[in-house]
Design a protein around this ligand. Structure first.
Ligand SMILES: C[S@@+](CC[C@H](N)C(=O)[O-])C[C@H]1O[C@@H](n2cnc3c(N)ncnc32)[C@H](O)[C@@H]1O
Length: 402
């Protein structure tokens, strides 16, 4: 027994009707809500949103679904056949695009890919970073969370962070973010800042800075000594960064510039101690927080992003002083945007060498080549990547930073 006589019926269905059915399916299959109440509600919804006939159709299809569930005969696809067929079945079962599943199966095999998809489909964890630049300590934040009865865990990776499984709405409503006590920041992003390892007195450029999560953390580590130049091509997002740097009390060390990094690096002969390029990427490491993203990304996007990443990498390298540090990072787990971009860069720029990130991040997050990599399945934080490169001190420096 299937759900309707013709498979193509769903393909041709008007979007609003399909949406009502999706809600009903989700409530019955995933949320396990009382089935006949769900049928009733969604029939009413279809009648009101569309017309009486639509209600009858919803009634028929959802009732069939309920009976298939009750007799344990839901038509789940079988994971069998060649790679493509297996990927197609897994993509349906775990609700991911086929191209992503195929890619992950190629890199990590079926079991790891399924674990990753389960992670992406689970409720997201959130990280909070206490704002030390405003004089708060993690204990202050923990005490506020306790008084709000928000369950939390101390981060074992970073001393300024706590992890929340639930309760974000309570934190927002209580005004902890507005008061500037803390920011929402995943530990994976915090660890990228640890790879940069900002020290008071450093001159730093954050090349793709907006909306500024990493800029603010970098700046707070400078303890009012040194500077962070935050560059971004997006004016609106940069404005958010500027306001946040004020409310987080780090505007004494943060300067913003609205520019395309490629043009900026060509035009300005400035050199910095540390350069962070947090490159625009597919975001494949943060799918648990961005439910829409998997459906908006296409395989073709990767090619375009890789070209942009290479161009920005070249531009960022021009801003590093001799002996200075260049950190390339993404919130992607895809090797093509990570290790492969670094290898290609090193071929173009022999004046840079990899400095393994031992001592900067926990040993568990360090790859064989000495890069930082957080794996959502293993570390229970977002997926991200960073490589720390050092420029030869014999490289010519045309103009020092003022
Ligand atoms: C991954 S996001 C950066 C996130 C940021 N580092 C943070 O921690 O909040 C990438 C940023 O790159 C910026 N960007 C894209 N192309 C750029 C370019 N050519 N020059 C400068 N910024 C660019 C985008 O506007 C976007 O804000």
């Amino acid at each position: 027994m299937s759900l309707c006589s013709e498979e193509k019926m769903f393909r041709d269905m008007e979007p609003l009707l399909l949406q009502v059915l999706r809600i009903g399916f989700y409530e019955i299959i995933k949320l396990g809500m009382p089935p006949y109440a769900v049928v009733d509600e969604n029939v009413k919804l279809a009648k009101r949103a569309l017309r009486p006939g639509a209600g009858n159709l919803v009634n028929g299809i959802l009732r069939k679904l309920v009976s298939l569930k009750e007799t344990d005969s839901l038509p789940l696809p079988k994971v069998a056949g060649d790679d493509r067929a297996q990927a197609r079945a897994l993509a349906i079962i775990h609700s991911h695009p086929v191209w992503m599943v195929r890619r992950w199966m190629k890199f990590w095999g079926i079991e790891e890919s399924v674990r990753l998809m389960n992670w992406n489909n689970s409720d997201p964890c959130f990280g909070l970073r206490v704002n030390t630049a405003k004089g708060y300590t993690r204990n202050d934040l923990v005490n506020r969370l306790k008084s709000l009865k928000v369950p939390h865990e101390l981060s074992t990776f970073l001393e300024d962070f706590v992890r929340l499984q639930t309760g974000m709405q309570t934190v927002i409503q209580a005004g902890l973010l507005k008061e500037g006590i803390c920011s929402v920041q995943d530990e994976s992003a915090g660890l990228v800042v640890s790879v940069v390892n900002p020290q008071p007195g450093d001159t730093i450029v954050d090349c793709c800075a907006a909306p500024g999560g990493k800029t603010l953390f970098l700046a707070s580590r400078l303890k009012s000594q040194g500077m962070v130049l935050a560059i971004d091509v997006n004016k609106g997002r940069l404005r958010i960064l500027k306001e946040a740097s004020r409310s987080h009390n780090v505007n004494d060390v943060v300067t913003t510039t609205n520019a395309d990094l490629r043009l900026y690096a060509e035009k300005h002969n400035l050199k910095f101690d540390k350069v962070l390029l947090d490159a625009p990427c597919s975001g494949l490491g943060v799918l648990s927080k961005r439910a829409d993203l998997r459906w908006n990304r296409r395989l073709e996007d990767l090619e375009q992003l890789m070209n942009l990443q290479d161009e920005l990498f070249n531009a960022a390298s021009m801003l590093v002083k001799p002996g200075g540090v260049l950190v390339y990072s993404t919130c992607s787990i895809d090797p093509a945007e990570n290790e492969e971009r670094v290898s290609a860069f090193l071929l173009r720029h022999p004046e840079f060498v990899v400095q393994p990130v031992h001592g900067f991040v926990p040993p568990d997050c360090i790859t064989e080549k000495g890069y930082y990599f957080s794996n959502p399945v293993k570390h229970h934080i977002d997926g991200s990547f960073a490589a720390r490169l050092v420029k030869s001190s014999r490289s010519t420096c045309q103009k020092p930073i003022p």
